[in-house]
Design a protein around this ligand. Structure first.
Ligand code: UDX
Length: 442
């Protein structure tokens, strides 16, 4: 059993904390947002993630996971402290690491034994070195005699599958600078490795940081690659879904993350691609490929708008039903959601936008009150001049051609996620367009 403190109980921190507790460790979650702490103390998750509430019911009730807003309390017994605070993007492209630095200072102030400080937030390679510097300075300033070592343990969890990804990861990666910190992380992950036989990559701190950067940037690159291929497919009459299927059978390529559409969003890929390009520049390498990856991604929204304009001529005073608001199914997260970016672009072009989502509407109400919200698909489609599929929720996949025909004012569907069957939609009489597959006479 390891005494663990997790600083920041957001998507990564809370799910990680609950998983550590499930593996038998004693865990404290520290956060400076009193509303979150209050809710979590009552055993309630503050965001939606499949399986999270059940996991909290088990570990909070069992007393293995506690929450506090008081740093001194949270850190008094800590052997391993995970930093899971936000690293929001700054205007210049790099992430803002002020919160990470602040955690370093707080930990030195309150450490009451030797401990390992582990970065889990996605941070640029070299943050470990920076943190070490902060710790050294603060340690000599405050005269704290405890040894604090910095380690890196990137997470790879996907929203919507965060609990599953954390409890059964494809791999665990940690980078350490001594046997002490390596052994501490071995003890943290021992229950998982024993149960699941999960592969472990043990390395140094900068290499662990780079593994995270390279993994996310590579996945984003796959998505932009297939989206670029989709552009060509449209122009030569090929079907990108079948191209991806054919490519995916090659075991060197594999089938996943080759789904063409409106592009990637979320709190990680857009930020991480920019951050990696930014880091590369800082160290003297122009990683142009990543700039193209981001450019292709944003360009997918232009493609959808172009298809709408092709059908509707201009968008002023047209009502567009946007189906889906979350950046992907299985989450209520709107951060960098392609659906929301698209809705905003449509509004700028003069259209009236309505939006449907099975779980994210409360967040739309808070973050984008300007968008007209609909709790049913029928209500959203009713009388609209065109529909755009923006998130591939199952509810949206199940819409039939007849439902579109019955409700829409004009029978126009732009399928930004390739969820419907083109032959079926076109045969039913819809003006149907998708991304890189057969469309009605473009
Ligand atoms: C991602 C990484 O997968 C995860 O390992 C990392 O820790 C955090 O970032 P997440 O942002 O939760 O996770 O979402 P993910 O499932 O990876 O999807 C990201 C975006 O890419 C979504 O907007 C999704 O719709 C889009 N996507 C994904 C595609 O457009 N095509 C695909 O083939 C796959």
């Amino acid at each position: 059993m390891v005494n663990i403190t997790v600083v920041g109980v957001g998507h990564v921190g809370l799910v990680s904390a609950a998983a550590f507790a499930r593996w038998g460790h004693q865990v404290v979650g520290l956060d400076d947002d009193p509303a979150k702490v209050e809710k979590l103390r009552g055993g309630q998750a503050w965001f939606y993630e499949p399986g999270l509430q059940e996991l909290l019911d088990e570990v909070v009730t069992g007393g293995r996971l506690q929450f506090t807003g008081d740093a001194k309390d949270a850190l008094q017994d800590a052997e391993v402290v995970f930093v899971c605070v936000g690293t929001p993007p700054m205007p210049g492209g790099g992430p803002n690491l002020a919160f990470v630095e602040a955690v370093g200072r707080t930990v030195v102030e309150h450490a009451s034994r030797d401990l390992v400080l582990v970065e889990k937030s996605t941070v640029p390679a070299n943050t470990g070195r920076r943190l070490e510097q902060v710790i050294q300075r603060e340690t000599s300033r405050l005269g704290n005699s405890h040894r604090i070592e910095v380690a890196s343990n990137p997470e790879f969890l996907k929203e919507g599958a965060a609990v599953e990804d954390t409890l059964h990861p494809d791999r665990v990666v940690y980078g350490t600078s001594s046997d002490v910190s390596r052994d501490a992380l071995r003890r943290v992950y021992a229950p998982l490795v024993e149960q699941d036989g999960c592969p472990v990559v043990e390395t140094d701190v900068p290499t662990a940081e780079l593994i995270k950067h390279a993994s996310n940037a590579f996945l984003a690159t796959r998505i932009s690659f297939i989206n670029a291929v989709a552009q060509i497919c449209e122009r030569v009459g090929a079907d990108v879904a079948v191209v991806a299927e054919g490519m995916g059978h090659d075991v060197r390529i594999g089938p996943r993350f080759l789904q063409a559409g409106l592009g990637y969003g979320g709190s990680c890929f857009p930020k991480d691609v920019d951050a990696f390009a930014h880091l590369a520049k800082q160290v003297g390498y122009d990683f142009e490929l990543l700039e193209q990856v981001a450019r292709i991604n944003v360009g997918q929204r232009d493609t959808v708008i172009g298809k709408l304009e092709h059908e509707l001529w201009h968008l002023t005073d047209k009502t567009i039903a946007v189906l889906g608001a979350a950046f992907k199914p299985g989450t209520d997260d709107l951060r960098e959601s392609p659906a929301i970016h698209l809705a905003q672009r449509l509004r700028e072009a003069g259209a009236e936008v309505r939006i449907y989502d099975p779980v994210a509407l409360p967040n739309v109400a808070i973050e984008h009150p300007e968008l007209e919200r609909h709790e049913t698909i029928e209500g959203c489609l009713d009388g609209a001049h065109a529909a755009v599929v923006a998130t591939d929720w199952d509810e949206i996949k199940r819409i039939t051609p007849q439902q579109y025909l019955d409700k829409l004012a004009y029978p126009i569907v732009i399928d930004g996620r390739n969820v419907h069957d083109p032959d079926e939609m076109i045969a039913a009489g819809l003006r149907y367009h998708s991304m890189g597959r057969r469309s009605v006479d473009l």
